[in-house]
Design a protein around this ligand. Structure first.
Ligand code: URA
Length: 433
């Protein structure tokens, strides 16, 4: 088999066989296939697309390219959740303890932030003492003991995706449904959960800018998951503005904890109740949807989800008191107000610019090895549909560096647009696949 023939076949719109896809994936991971040939194939796939069989074969080849997590020693159904990425998305920090409080087994492997999007692992590290690097043995034991563990990517999980994703990032080949679906699902399948709930984001801050593409991506991922014998559900949700109000690591942890206390933003609370319902349903077939929803509301109102969060923090070496007293989380004490330049209703908020403003402050990475400042960020005070008068505070910047603050302030102002006419609030849950 020759790589040039595979490229030519896809360039001309042909369907790749399982063997051809495996030849590419394995050869590229081994270093036998150079970047220029891999790039050419990715661009051919970008323009010519792949059908379901090809996408499934690509997913399985990437899943099988490295280690796989063996969760078989965990009793019960293991549930995982994955978001396709957004700004202010602290959902996992709220969902995992809620689901574990209801007996679900949450064995979650999470990533760090890159570019304008944040990562759960960075956020957790803003809790004093928290260890995000568990051995596989400790990870499995903790899920068995308390129902929840979150760790950074361990071992050599789906190395093909790692290498191909890095190449896609610099060859303008990220935004293709088959490539995104296989990238996400190869990692999820290798992470070993029985049930996966996907949060597919759509809107200005998401990879899928329009809803039709988001639905196609969701359908493809659900079909791949089912094809691989997993129970998969996908929700299509809004990312036309940041989720909740806080963007930045420690600030997002505080908002997540407030949500576990029943004092969170409306959109975040609604989202965790919806995603949580499908996670618990996958693990507890003795319960119906209505009951699960009520139970999730109960674990927030009676404090058991918050207690589960404290138990989880303690198990991973963090200070559990920080869950009850968020003053223990370090946030910058220099706060700068950003004010509206005109009257009207908030029409749109470009999530990407808000994410970038937090990155400029030092809260995110431009390159993989950058060191970040967990105490900085932005807290919005107005969202789409809110009425404002000129001079009202629309956001607060947490950072003690005046120059970076100035730059972030300009970005935040650019992110907001105003309308003189009434603007409807966004619909958060757009569909379920
Ligand atoms: N997230 C991933 O892991 N892969 C993609 O291709 C896009 C988003």
């Amino acid at each position: 088999m020759r790589m040039v023939d595979i490229i030519e076949k896809k360039r001309d719109g042909g369907k790749l066989t399982k063997e051809e896809i495996e030849f590419f994936v394995n050869g590229y991971v081994r270093g036998d296939i150079p970047d220029y040939q891999a790039s050419a194939l990715l661009m051919a796939i970008y323009f010519r697309h792949m059908d379901y069989d090809e996408t499934l074969n690509l997913t399985l080849a990437m899943e099988n390219s490295g280690d796989k997590l063996d969760l078989s020693d965990i009793n019960g159904i293991k549930v995982d959740k994955h978001s396709t990425g957004g700004v202010g998305d602290k959902t996992s920090l709220v969902l995992a303890p809620m689901v574990a409080a209801l007996g679900g087994k949450v064995a979650k492997m999470s990533g760090r932030g890159l570019g304008h999007t944040g990562g759960t692992i960075d956020k957790l590290e803003s809790i004093p003492g928290f260890n995000t690097s568990l051995s596989e043995e400790a990870f499995v034991k903790q899920v068995n003991d308390i129902g929840i563990a979150i760790t950074g990517q361990t071992g050599n999980l789906a190395p093909a995706d790692k290498k191909i994703y890095a190449l896609r990032d610099v060859t303008a080949t990220v935004e293709n449904i088959s490539l995104i679906a296989s990238s996400i699902m190869s990692k999820k399948l290798a992470s070993g959960a029985d049930a996966i709930v996907l949060d597919v984001k759509t809107g200005s801050g998401a990879f899928m800018k329009n809803e039709t593409d988001a639905v196609s991506l969701a359908k493809e991922m659900v079909r791949i998951g089912k094809g691989a014998g997993r129970n998969v559900t996908a929700l299509i949700t809004d990312m036309d503005q940041p989720l909740g109000y806080a963007v930045g690591n420690a600030l997002e942890v505080i908002e997540a904890i407030n949500t576990l206390k029943g004092e969170g933003p409306e959109d975040l609370t609604k989202l965790v109740l919806n995603l949580g319902t499908y996670m618990v349903l996958a693990a507890r077939d003795d319960l119906d949807k209505e009951t699960v929803r009520k139970e999730l509301e109960r674990v927030i109102s009676d404090g058991s989800a918050l207690d589960k969060m404290a138990e989880f923090v303690k198990a991973q070496g963090g200070d559990p008191d920080a869950v009850y007293n968020t003053d223990k989380l370090k946030i910058s004490d220099t706060i700068t107000e950003v004010c509206a330049d005109s009257d009207g209703y908030i029409q749109s908020i470009q999530s990407e610019l808000i994410g970038k403003s937090s990155m400029i402050l030092g809260g995110g990475r431009a390159a993989k090895d950058d060191v970040i400042d967990l105490s900085v960020g932005v807290v919005l005070s107005k969202k789409i549909g809110d009425k404002v008068s000129k001079g009202d505070v629309i956001a607060r910047i947490y950072c003690d560096n005046a120059e970076k603050t100035k730059e972030a302030e300009t970005m935040i102002k650019d992110a907001y647009t105003f309308s003189r006419e009434f603007v409807e609030k966004n619909v958060l849950i757009k569909g379920i696949v």
